[in-house]
Ligand binder design. Sequence first.
Ligand code: K1U
Ligand code: ZN
Length: 169
Amino acid sequence: MTLRRILIHPDPRLQTRCAPVTDIAAVRRLAEDMLETMYDAPGVGLAAPQVGETVRLFVMDCSPREAPPRPLVLVNPRVTWASEETNTHEEGCLSIPDVYEEVTRPARVRVAWQDLDGGAHEELFEGLWATCAQHEIDHLDGRLFIDHLSPLKRRLITAKMKKLKRMRA
Ligand code: K1U
Ligand code: ZN
């Protein structure tokens, strides 16, 4: 397994609507690398465009530290139902380091996806799992959590990330 470099906003690959995965065998290695990269970061989720691959795949593990790990790989995920009740959660993003802002989203979502053997799954997520799944599906649609904020906050955060990228270059 290989650690992949995580892209920092702004980057056109983070603003791209990703293509469906058609050959699941071809993304097995990518998924393994993404899980390793997510745990190493550390993070609770990671979407393929964050490592430069614009395909509809994300990984997540929002299990509490004291619980056994539950690594999930979601290929071609889609929200099939969202609750009317909302939840406001502080979000971060591995592509926008050290920025945390509150975002309001549906409190519960049902998500359908394929696993790495092509098997079909559907599950109701709540709490951090629901927030993270929606954050990651946003990534697959070229949206970042800062797109849920005011234009002024978004501009300030984008300027901060441009400066960070210049310093790192
Ligand atoms: O997609 C990403 O950039 C990953 C992101 C997912 C996420 C976090 C919080 C709310 C919604 C979505 C992260 O994992 S940021 C890092 C983080 O939240 C975290 C890191 C270590 C332990 C626990 C959480
Ligand atoms: Zn993110």
